[in-house]
Design a protein around this ligand. Structure first.
Ligand SMILES: [Zn+2]
Length: 380
């Protein structure tokens, strides 16, 4: 969901409008203009309401984003869809408390906005002599400032309520998982929240059938898809956590010595090499550094250009941990040690092998590829 028209950037977070958002404009034209026969005035008012609702949605997603930023996660972007917003936040398993904080931030913002608007709503209700739900409904269906403010208030209440439903992919589902992770494991907690998501989706389809509202089944498709993606993602995550990196590392005879001449170190072709001294990793010689400096003559030694800021990881570390370290340090490879001694190297190329291995383990190749692509599609 990285595509879309960028409309703003807040603290480095791009806010984008998905092309399908045009559907919302069509719906507004019909619902506010054509159906009640209010013409252009109705459509314009509808557009104002749409903007108010989506400002509330952006606020909701930004609240998630800001808390995630505080915990050091990367927030890629926020995309606005006709059925709501999606914030793509780096998928890292957080401690349950923090996951709960990120999940709660969005609905909390809407609750605060609704509370803030409550005095205004009360003034409108008193001034307009509202005595029943029916009076209120009439007021909401008008096209004036009162209706606008009431819409804004209701939108925020509904955003909070809907997102707090305890089912994936709703924020309530994440809250539930955070709670359950405390008493069971993350995989099981996810499965429960995902199952509740499927039940909710089913309920929405049934409700859509009875109310003849097409929006409900559309939302349910989104829920089913997002819950599926979440479930598979956790499956991949737990699989990667169970695979020792030693199984996938490239085993190496011993690395290069820091005293070697650079020209000697690249005899086997330029590639990322571990630099070792008495079997211990003391640095990394990055292929790109070698390529850019090789023309500077042959007088350079490995020690002159090696990257000393390198942490090695043990053969028994999981692929998951090693990959996380690679992402955190921005390095394309991690030297692997056994009992403190250099044994081999795990590169980002090796991740392809890991994924191929998982493809075989999970079955159909294409289903897995579709999953990987879907991972990039859906966020929080
Ligand atoms: Zn949310």
């Amino acid at each position: 969901m990285g595509r879309g028209l960028r409309i703003a950037t807040v603290r480095g977070i791009d806010i984008k409008l998905h092309p399908s958002f045009l559907l919302a404009l069509l719906w507004v034209t019909y619902y506010w203009g054509i159906a009640p026969d209010r013409g252009l005035r109705g459509v314009l008012f509808g557009v104002f309401i749409l903007i108010a609702v989506f400002v509330s949605v952006v606020g909701h997603e930004l609240a998630h984003g800001f808390v995630a930023l505080r915990f050091g996660l990367t927030v890629h972007d926020i995309t606005l869809l006709p059925i709501g917003g999606v914030a793509r936040i780096e998928q890292v398993p957080l401690p349950p408390r923090r996951e709960a904080a990120v999940a709660l931030a969005g609905p909390l913002l809407n609750v605060l906005v609704a509370i803030g608007l409550l005095p205004v709503v009360l003034v409108i209700a008193v001034a307009s002599d509202v005595r029943s739900w029916y009076d209120l409904l009439l007021l909401v269906h008008g096209i004036d400032g009162r209706s606008f403010l009431l819409h804004l208030w209701i939108a925020n209440l509904m955003l909070a309520a809907f997102n707090l439903l305890p089912a994936f992919p709703m924020d309530g589902g994440r809250l539930l998982r955070a709670l359950l992770t405390g008493v069971s494991n993350r995989l099981l907690a996810t499965r429960i929240a995902v199952a509740l998501g499927q039940i909710l989706a089913l309920a929405l389809i049934v409700a859509g059938f009875y109310t003849r509202d097409v929006a409900l089944p559309l939302v349910s498709i989104f829920i089913i898809l997002a819950a599926f993606v979440e479930a598979r993602m956790i499956l991949v995550e737990s699989a990667l956590q169970s695979l020792p990196v030693g199984q996938f590392a490239v085993w190496d005879a011993g690395g290069v010595s820091p005293d070697s001449p650079l020209s000697h170190a690249v005899l086997g072709g330029p590639r990322d090499l571990a630099v070792t001294h008495q079997g211990m990793v003391v640095g990394m010689l990055w292929r790109d550094d070698v390529l850019s400096l090789l023309s500077r003559g042959h007088s350079l030694r490995v020690a002159d250009i090696m990257d000393r800021n390198v942490t090695a990881m043990d053969v028994d570390s999981s692929v998951y941990e090693v990959h996380r370290r690679m992402l955190a340090t921005g390095r394309p490879a991690i030297p692997i040690t056994e009992g403190g001694l250099y044994r081999g190297i795990f590169t980002s190329d090796r991740l392809v092998h890991v994924h191929r291995y998982l493809q075989q383990r999970f079955g159909t190749r294409d289903r897995y590829r579709g999953l990987i692509e879907a991972l990039g599609l859906l966020g929080r």
